[in-house]
Design a protein around this ligand. Structure first.
Ligand SMILES: [Zn+2]
Length: 302
């Protein structure tokens, strides 16, 4: 495990992550890892080979440097629908969300990062479906599935503000650097007593702690915010209550599928080989999340 313990020099180039923790606001950040930079908006930049991951001493949250808001925004906006179809090859993650929501009381749902609307399409037909999605190509597919695609600013309008029974963000929050901005919009969307459900990586999971800087989840340049149950609770406090954090898998694989993935993993320990062999949108690397390295978060908006 590559580990450092130097306080960040405030003058160091630090992108938009800033010199403060985006969860708790402290400036007590230490460089924790130096990891290879794969995928995402930095792909065309041959000089960007690795990045630093910082740990907050107070809440344990991990954040990545090299975050340029405009660069990331352009990247997400230009993604093709292949990106989402590739991520949708296994719908078990959506099913586990469905299994964890009170369906009887959910009539109006907002899915942040809705992609082509796959999750929303799995909801009962009488549910009102809304989505936020930066990828332009995906929004037309989502609309074709009956999703009303809105923008963040729309959530402040009277017709949408505090009207949603459920807000979901499935594999989304790890892509977001400005977590307070994101939090404000989740709160703006939810009605009092409404539920937020998140699926994201868990830095305190056994897999993540065992692998340290080799945990593949840290290597995606798209991922910039890494939660533990502790930092998630800090982020949700004090607006949310009844917080439930459940350790889970990104993909609910059966044993045969798990064995196949393990074989692939063992055959290709050098992940850069994948980068050479597969274009990013067909990258099987996405399937290589590890058992228990995610968490499912449920909380009620007060
Ligand atoms: Zn913190």
């Amino acid at each position: 495990m590559m580990q450092f313990a130097c306080l960040i020099d405030a003058s160091a180039k630090y992108g938009n992550v800033g010199s403060r923790c985006h969860v708790c606001g402290t400036s007590q950040l230490r460089q924790q890892f130096l990891v290879p930079l794969l995928d995402g908006p930095h792909r065309p930049n041959k000089r960007a080979q690795d990045r630093k991951i910082y740990r907050c001493d107070l809440c344990g949250h991990l954040s990545a440097d090299l975050y340029d808001l405009s660069q990331y925004a352009n990247y997400y906006e230009s993604l093709s629908t292949d990106y989402h179809y590739c991520h949708d090859f296994d719908r078990s993650r959506y099913q586990q969300i469905l299994d964890n929501i009170p369906k009887q009381s959910v009539r109006r749902v907002l899915d942040i990062g809705c992609g082509t609307g796959t999750f929303l399409a799995m909801l009962p037909p009488d549910v009102e479906r809304f989505g936020i999605e930066p990828a332009r190509a995906a929004t037309s597919s989502a609309r074709a599935r009956g999703v009303e695609v809105v923008e963040y600013v729309d959530l402040m309008k009277p017709e949408l503000r505090n009207t949603f029974d459920l807000v979901t963000a499935i594999d989304v929050i790890e892509h977001i650097a400005d977590l307070q901005h994101f939090r404000q919009h989740v709160i703006a969307a939810l009605r009092p007593g409404g539920m937020v459900v998140l699926l994201t990586g868990n830095t305190a999971s056994r897999s993540a702690r065992l692998l340290g800087s080799h945990w593949s989840y840290l290597h995606y340049a798209e991922h910039v915010s890494f939660f533990s149950p502790q930092s998630m609770r800090v982020w949700l406090h004090p607006t949310f209550s009844n917080i439930e954090l459940t350790s889970t898998n990104h993909h609910q694989l059966n044993s045969k599928e798990a064995l196949t993935l393990l074989r692939i993993w063992l055959l290709f320990p050098g992940k850069w080989i994948f980068r050479k062999l597969f274009p990013v949108r067909l990258n099987m690397y996405t399937a290589l999340s590890l058992p228990g390295d995610h968490m499912l978060v449920r909380a009620i908006c007060n």
